[in-house]
Design a protein around this ligand. Structure first.
Ligand code: B12
Ligand code: SF4
Length: 421
């Protein structure tokens, strides 16, 4: 066994391909702490399992870290379940005598289940740039780390600026419709009952560190970026501060962001525009604006659309409708609202992905009356994807057929940043 740590990106989905940012951050933190890193990016490899086994055999690493970004494609139509493919890679590497630690957004959503289904040895849930260094130290000293480590508890160094690109061929991704990501924060304090990120601890990076990372990439010639926060406007003062510092650096870049309807301000939009924002994906569900005690109202969404228009920022809405118990009138009202207020595009889904650990999952589990609307009964011990649906796709298509504003998700493999170009 050598002192080298092998990092593996098993994500071969290429619609579009996604640069493994989380793995780059983990790798850069480990290298900064004095470890040798070998990166194996399987995105464009034709035999991922063979390549992983061969690399483990050649490197004989201290351990291998595998990023689990997606459990599945999260869309009902043409759904792809990635865990069996990742499990094959994990097993191939373990068969070479290498211990495996998992991490990533998909892993963090359901750590125990992903560990069980893949047969990996360890996992770090949440941000891992500090936790992975402690883990590597433990492995090097021969100690046995905890099976699942909570990276939110270990926290991050907010001033850390990862080396980028970190052993990943960005040009290959860009040539295949990919875009470079950056993040300013982790977690979300939101309450959306179907979401795997709801109620996770919010941890901010230092805006100056993020700006340094972006300007470093700009100096290398990269110009187009995708924000990798679940929603940019988790906290208004932080978002304004970051956008202000980025605008002040005059980086001459374009970027796109995920956002939620509130909180926003005129100042935030003006700073975002100055810092290079060209497009936003706004997450909306049709229950929230129709409910009195929710995080946003139709007025918030109207204001958001107006601010995008005034600042010449394109807007795609990701609309989730047909939630458990939602009356059809609520869907009709929401579609009418968008027909009238007109963002650039609305991608509508009427299938709800039911994740173990979410409120939606516990509300549906054991309900016989809900069985007809579920692809299988929700079960805390099973990881393969479950969907809830009571509004047939055919019906949603009929409800939106009059207007090209709407698009039903699941039939076209492209992201909003490509559609809005
Ligand atoms: C931005 C984003 C996108 C952008 C990416 C743009 C880009 N170039 O990066 C676009 C729009 C392209 C996109 C597409 C998709 N996405 Co997306 N995306 C995100 C989002 C918001 C951020 C991901 C990210 O980069 N985060 C920032 C990095 C720094 O964090 P991180 O990856 O979690 O890494 C940290 C830790 O997890 C950990 N870690 C990561 N790897 C490893 C490895 C080891 C060994 C260890 C120890 C730790 C570790 O340490 C890192 C540093 O602290 C996440 C939600 C989220 N908040 O994470 C969804 C998310 C990952 N996406 C999701 C999905 C479903 C998709 C799509 C499949 C959608 C679709 N049907 O097309 C595609 C997949 C594309 C692909 N080829 O994989 C889901 C996955 C859920 C699931 N079912 O598994 C998520 C979780 C959103 C959600 N809440 O549902 N996405
Ligand atoms: S949908 Fe968005 S706002 Fe709601 S909990 Fe998830 S990440 Fe947070």
């Amino acid at each position: 066994m050598t002192d080298t740590i092998l990092l593996i990106n098993p994500n071969t989905r290429r619609e579009p391909p996604v640069i493994p940012l989380g793995l780059e951050i983990v790798g850069s933190a480990l290298e900064r702490a004095g470890h040798n890193i070998e990166m194996l990016d399987l995105c464009f490899v034709s035999d991922p399992v063979g390549a992983a086994a061969e690399t483990a055999r050649r490197v004989r690493p201290l351990f291998a870290g595998v990023t689990v970004r997606n459990v599945d494609s999260a869309i009902f139509d043409n759904n792809e379940y990635f865990i069996p493919g990742i499990a094959e890679i994990v097993q191939a590497v373990r068969n070479e005598g290498t211990a495996i630690v998992l991490g990533g957004a998909g892993f963090s959503a359901m750590p125990e289940l992903v560990l069980k289904e893949t047969g990996a040895d360890f996992g770090i849930s949440g941000p891992a740039e500090k936790a992975i260094v402690d883990f590597a130290d433990a492995m090097k000293s021969g100690a046995t780390p905890e099976k699942i480590i909570d990276g939110f508890r270990t926290g991050i160094d907010p001033a850390f600026v990862p080396d980028r690109p970190f052993k990943i061929d960005y040009q290959r991704y860009i040539a295949n419709r990919g875009i470079i990501g950056f993040n300013t924060q982790y977690g979300c304090a939101g309450r959306c009952e179907y979401c795997i990120e709801a109620g996770t601890k919010v941890i901010h990076r230092e805006p100056a560190a993020v700006v340094r990372e972006i300007t470093g990439l700009r100096e290398l010639g990269f110009r187009d970026f995708h924000l990798c926060d679940c929603e940019f406007n988790l906290k208004l003062d932080f978002s304004e501060r970051f956008a202000g510092e980025l605008a002040a650096a005059e980086p001459d870049i374009s970027w796109v962001a995920y956002m939620k309807p509130a909180p926003v301000s005129e100042r935030l939009f003006s700073l975002m525009k100055k810092s290079g924002v060209i497009a936003i994906t706004l997450s909306v569900d049709s229950v929230a604006p129709n409910s009195p005690d929710s995080a946003y109202s139709f007025d918030d969404v109207t204001r958001f659309i107006r601010l995008c228009r005034e600042n010449d920022i394109k807007l795609a809405v990701d609309l989730l409708t047909g939630l458990p118990g939602e009356p059809v009138e609520s869907t009709v009202k929401t579609l009418d609202f968008f027909r009238k207020n007109r963002p650039d595009t609305v991608g509508a889904s009427c299938h709800v992905r039911v994740y173990p650990g979410t409120k939606t999952h516990s509300a549906l589990a054991g309900r016989d009356d809900m069985a007809p609307f579920l692809t299988r009964p929700p079960d805390d011990s099973l990881l393969d994807p479950v969907f809830y649906n009571h509004l047939p796709t055919r019906r949603l298509k009929e409800m939106t057929a009059d207007d090209p504003l709407f698009k039903i998700e699941g039939f076209e493999n492209s992201s909003n940043y490509e559609r809005l170009k």
